[in-house]
Design a protein around this ligand. Structure first.
Ligand SMILES: *Cc1c(COP(=O)(O)O)cnc(C)c1O
Length: 325
């Protein structure tokens, strides 16, 4: 395997991230469960957005931008990591977040405040409204002679998606070193770039690996969004392969709604912490891990198969919720 991605990239995180076997859970569930620790990637408290930002912010710098504008939910991990990476590069971060009844500055907001990221709360439930405000500011700043760069929600644009093609290549080369085949890759899917990149990267390398995204928020036409992101990213790296709709597998473990902790998710957080000493988050990885365990129980992931769970981070979110489960 000697694929190379020939696009400008910054080194913002500590890669490769560790790939470790969960020994006790593997015994409990009769299969080989591995975890790819993208929560340990060395910026902020870690998380999947850093791989995307290595490509996106390289583009911002090449375009001579001085200000990075992005958006998300009130506890957006993407917004925090964008602000952290921007600060590292000497760029000014400006965040547009959904207000949604925010009353205290905990979790990701606390960390954003530590680095004095400018936060604009928008009192709406619609991302499109938040984006409108963000783009309006970008226009105003441009008129003042500044050079703003806007990153859409989750960094899920083709360039960001390339970050997880790169992540998939990293994972497969680790598995190859250890002479292991990967039967399944499981990740939480939110804005789709992570899964799109993983599906695309897997397509380039392995015919026998199934990538399954765990849905944690209701999205319309989400399979198409993910397929398009994956294919646009493949085009950016000048590879010939294309992914098909049937390559995009989604399982719904949303529960009561986005960012509302589920009973199963809380149980998964407790289980992984107690058995393996690893912390998950309530919005993404807790639900995704619970989904994976359910898929093992249901036989979708079979006995003795090798499954890799992508720990996409999100840990600050745990400090912004009450867990009553
Ligand atoms: C953003 C995020 C995801 C989802 O990644 P997408 O590329 O948006 O699908 C998963 N886990 C965590 C912790 C995240 O912050």
């Amino acid at each position: 395997m000697n694929m190379k991605i020939d696009l400008p990239k910054l080194e913002l995180g500590l890669f490769p991230t560790p790939l470790a076997k969960l020994e006790r859970l593997s015994t409990m569930f009769n299969c080989n469960i591995f975890i790819k620790r993208d929560d340990l990637c060395g910026v902020g408290v870690g998380g999947n957005k850093v791989r995307k930002l290595e490509y996106i912010l390289a583009d911002a710098i090449n375009k001579g931008c001085d200000t990075i504008i992005t958006m998300g939910g009130a506890q957006s991990n993407h917004a925090l990591l964008t602000a952290m990476c921007s600060r590292k590069l000497g760029l000014e971060p400006i965040l547009f977040l959904k207000k949604r009844g925010v009353t205290s500055n905990d979790g990701n907001l606390l960390l954003s405040n530590i680095i004095d990221a400018k936060i604009n709360f928008i009192d709406t439930d619609h991302s499109s409204e938040v984006q409108k405000e963000a783009l309006k500011l970008a226009e105003d700043l441009e008129k003042q002679g500044r050079k703003p760069y806007f990153i859409p929600i989750g960094g899920s644009i083709p360039l960001g998606t390339v970050g997880y093609i790169s992540g998939a290549l990293e994972l497969f080369s680790q598995a190859e070193e250890e002479e292991k085949d990967i039967d399944h890759i499981i990740c939480a899917s939110g804005s789709g770039g992570t899964q799109g990149g993983l599906v695309a990267g897997t397509k380039l390398i392995s015919k026998n690996t199934k990538v399954t995204g765990i849905m944690v928020s209701p999205e319309e036409n989400f399979e198409n969004t993910i397929m398009d992101l994956g294919n646009e990213a493949i085009k950016l790296i000048n590879a010939e392969e294309r992914i098909k709709l049937e390559d995009v597998i989604l399982k719904d473990y949303i529960g009561a709604g986005y960012a509302i902790p589920s009973k199963e998710g809380i149980e998964a957080i407790k289980l992984l912490a107690k058995k393996e000493g690893i912390i998950l988050d309530p919005v993404y990885t807790g639900k995704a891990f619970a989904g994976m365990l359910d898929l093992i129980r249901k036989g979708y992931i079979k006995e003795n198969e090798n499954v890799v769970f992508i720990h996409t981070g999100g840990i600050p979110g745990l400090f912004a919720v009450k867990l009553n489960g």
